[in-house]
Write a new protein. Structure first.
Length: 438
């Protein structure tokens, strides 16, 4: 087994259906002493990228254990099992206003074609790839034909068929809407509040160039508003839904079974689940599956998780329970259940703002806590009686976790500066506090 930052480290690779590719890797974990921490990455398609995330997390966690602040945790042995699953990145920005009018249509069409080919590469089912080929054939003249737009959207969305439906995510309403109507809704740029003051910009638009930390509205009337810019946004959201479904399947089928195998081989072992972004959905899916077989884990740590902010709710205000409500009701998590969130997480904010725009009737929906389709990594858990929100603590400021609660830790204002800022000392201090409490 590898050693990384003084921790035992194993790599568990799963395919898109949740099948563990190398059972011997799990045998290594079974032989380890002490606590086992399963940690999952989000939208990455490169093993080195995911491993880099794990390294940064382990490094700052190690610093806390050697600081003397966590004597109980420091006295135990910790084995980390890095989860690797076939995710793919999605485009975080569209259009910067630089597309020249003369070549805009050709460039846009080729960009969309490349985007579809990239999406095809993530699919294992030939029939799904064939549907995307049919969608590509509709691109010629699609801007002038509502019928072609309807067919295009229908063929693309067909790759999502068969996945468990979560009404709080908006997918059912999107699929029930004509494609031309969906694309028309994307004409107007979507503004996502960044939590900054007006003097610092105050907003980030969905089509702002990546890294535009000052906010502001970018590219109004540019490529974003063209038919191919709108299709690009739609394809991006489709990629998100595809990876959302896949992460849930890997968690519920593969990782949950790995936990069952671990606890069967080592009765009394302490298992902790940690997930970033779509890895948070993966681990929530794992916990839900474990609840169905009456297994328990010691803790669940969600880092800027990418699922509905109503995911743990008994009622989203419309009589619908969150997809992961059973995780709370079942008591599958014996110890702390924490979820970080931040107004600066514009990745979760943006994707849910697009979903809200397409699933709702209003063009004003912006992905915040009042949005019907907001994300937990942006807003914390909403309409959840067990949820308690408080600030993410500075290092040295102790936590008091409460049993059977969803502890939502607000990193807005600089403690969590963006979606990927989940390995800094304040975040791993919260995780070390979780381990200490178990």
């Amino acid at each position: 087994m590898e050693s990384r930052h003084g921790f035992n480290f194993a790599r568990l690779h799963f395919d898109a259906g949740g099948t563990l590719q190398d059972p011997a890797s799990l045998d290594e974990v079974k032989a380890a002493d002490g606590d086992v921490i399963l940690i999952a990455h989000g939208f990455r398609n490169d093993e080195n990228d995911a491993t880099s995330l794990y390294d940064r997390f382990l490094s700052t966690f190690r610093d806390h254990l050697t600081s003397g602040a966590f004597p109980i945790a420091a006295a135990r042995t910790h084995t980390f099992a890095g989860i690797y699953w076939p995710s793919k990145p999605f485009q975080e920005s569209f259009g910067d206003g630089t597309v020249q009018a003369v070549d805009a249509e050709t460039a846009g069409k080729e960009a969309v074609r490349a985007q579809i080919e990239d999406l095809k590469a993530a699919l294992d089912v030939p029939e799904q790839r064939a549907k995307l080929d049919e969608a590509i054939a509709l691109l010629e003249g699609i801007g002038d034909s509502a019928g072609a737009q309807d067919q295009f959207v229908s063929k693309v969305l067909s790759i999502l068929e068969g996945a468990p439906d979560d009404p709080t995510e908006g997918g059912d309403r999107i699929r029930a809407t004509e494609g031309s109507v969906l694309l028309d809704k994307l004409k107007v740029p979507i503004i996502v509040p960044s939590g900054n003051s007006d003097s610092e910009g105050g907003t980030l638009s969905l089509d702002a160039p990546a890294g535009d930390g000052e906010g502001g509205t970018q590219g109004i009337g540019s490529f974003f508003g063209s038919i191919f810019g709108r299709i690009g946004q739609f394809l991006n959201l489709t990629t998100w839904y595809l990876m959302k479904n896949r992460s849930g399947a890997v968690g519920a089928a593969g990782v949950a079974q790995a936990v069952r195998d671990l606890t069967a081989a080592r009765p009394g072992i302490r298992v902790h689940l940690v997930g970033h972004s779509l890895g948070g959905r993966l681990m929530a899916g794992c916990a839900k599956s474990l609840a169905e077989t009456h297994h328990r884990v010691e803790s669940l740590t969600l880092l800027e998780a990418a699922f509905s902010h109503y995911g743990f709710s008994p009622n989203n205000g419309k009589g619908v329970a969150g997809f992961f409500r059973e995780v709370v009701e079942s008591g599958v998590v014996a110890g702390p259940l924490i979820a970080t969130f931040s107004a600066q997480d514009t990745v979760v904010g943006r994707v849910y703002a697009v979903a809200s725009r397409l699933a709702g009737d209003s063009v004003q929906e912006i992905g915040d806590a009042n949005d019907a389709y907001g994300g937990i990594g942006r807003n914390g858990a909403q309409k959840t009686p067990e949820a308690e929100s408080g600030p993410l603590h500075a290092v040295g400021n102790p936590y008091q976790f409460h049993p059977a609660k969803v502890e939502c830790l607000d990193g807005s204002g600089g403690l969590i500066r963006d979606h990927g800022d989940v390995t800094n000392a304040t975040v791993t201090y919260a995780f070390a506090s979780v381990i200490e409490a178990t």
